[in-house]
Ligand binder design. Structure first.
Ligand SMILES: Cc1cc2nc3c(=O)[nH]c(=O)nc-3n(C[C@H](O)[C@H](O)[C@H](O)COP(=O)(O)OP(=O)(O)OC[C@H]3O[C@@H](n4cnc5c(N)ncnc54)[C@H](O)[C@@H]3O)c2cc1C
Length: 233
């Protein structure tokens, strides 16, 4: 069983549809953090399922042991409801860190395309020490006013990103329009030694396919699907 760790909620920032938590991890060394990684939060007993509810949330670093954590509200979503019900000084139990959405070596250039809540992975990744002087292109494809805010994301990413673009996309349940938009995304504009894709499975799958068709080595593409994971074939 994965080892469990603890963090404390230090402050809350209210966005129109959800909160942004500032958390402090008890023992940073024990969690093996690297920029871009996520934790699995234990949201307590889900009475509907009669078992512990656990969901992944990405850490966005503030400094050595403080991180932002945010969950978009999902209708009837137990995990996202739990995160948004937390108050200052509440304790969070989690396992991790987990994930391979990290940069393990220094590079000159990367591209990052995130959709929806996937921007948390982009914000985590861009704090990597391995990106010190690198050129970082970042695209955030998002439904307006659903998660965080454009100004918050711009403020936090501007200092790292050499190109930062926010693109309007249709609502999550409008699959066809979303698919059309992802299909029309020009991957030739993505220049980088490594490419990072995070968020809606429709976007990740579609852009990965197009990058590979454009002869990008699959080993240089990293992905994290937050929702709409395609079934394993
Ligand atoms: C590696 C990883 C990192 C993640 N990091 C974050 C993060 O930083 N912030 C965050 O908000 N979420 C993040 N997620 C998604 C998160 O783990 C949960 O899936 C989400 O909060 C829904 O959980 P729930 O228990 O509320 O709803 P569930 O009952 O699990 O889901 C209900 C339905 O909502 C859909 N859904 C899940 N996520 C979303 C979404 N973002 N928008 C719309 N529909 C959705 C599910 O596909 C499902 O159909 C991450 C997921 C992964 C795999």
């Amino acid at each position: 069983m994965a080892k469990s760790h603890q963090a404390t909620v230090l402050s809350l920032l209210e966005f129109p549809h959800h909160n942004l938590l500032e958390i402090k991890v008890d023992d940073l060394e024990a969690i093996n953090y690297a920029a871009g990684k996520y934790i699995i939060v234990n949201s307590g007993m889900n009475p509907g399922l009669d078992k512990l509810h656990k969901r992944a949330y990405t850490l966005m670093p503030i400094d050595a042991d403080r991180f932002y954590l945010a969950a978009a509200r999902v209708d009837n979503g137990f995990g996202s409801h739990y995160i948004n019900s937390l108050k200052v000084s509440d304790r969070i139990e989690f396992s991790g860190c987990w994930g391979k959405f990290t940069l393990d070596e220094s590079v000159d250039s990367i591209s990052v395309v995130c959709s929806d809540t996937g921007i948390t992975a982009g914000m985590g990744l861009l704090s990597s020490q391995n990106l010190k002087d690198a050129t970082c292109q970042i695209y955030w494809l998002r439904e307006r006013d659903r998660f965080l805010s454009d100004s918050f994301v711009l403020e936090h990413l501007q200092k790292w990103a050499s190109h930062l673009e926010i693109i309007d996309i249709p609502a999550i349940d409008n699959e066809t329009s979303r698919q059309d938009l992802f299909q029309s995304f020009d991957v030739k504009s993505l220049r980088g030694q490594h490419h990072f894709l995070a968020g809606d499975g429709l976007m990740v799958t579609s852009l990965r396919e197009k990058l590979e068709q454009n002869t990008v080595d699959p080993a240089n593409i990293k992905q994290e699907i937050f929702f709409r994971k395609p079934p394993k074939t």
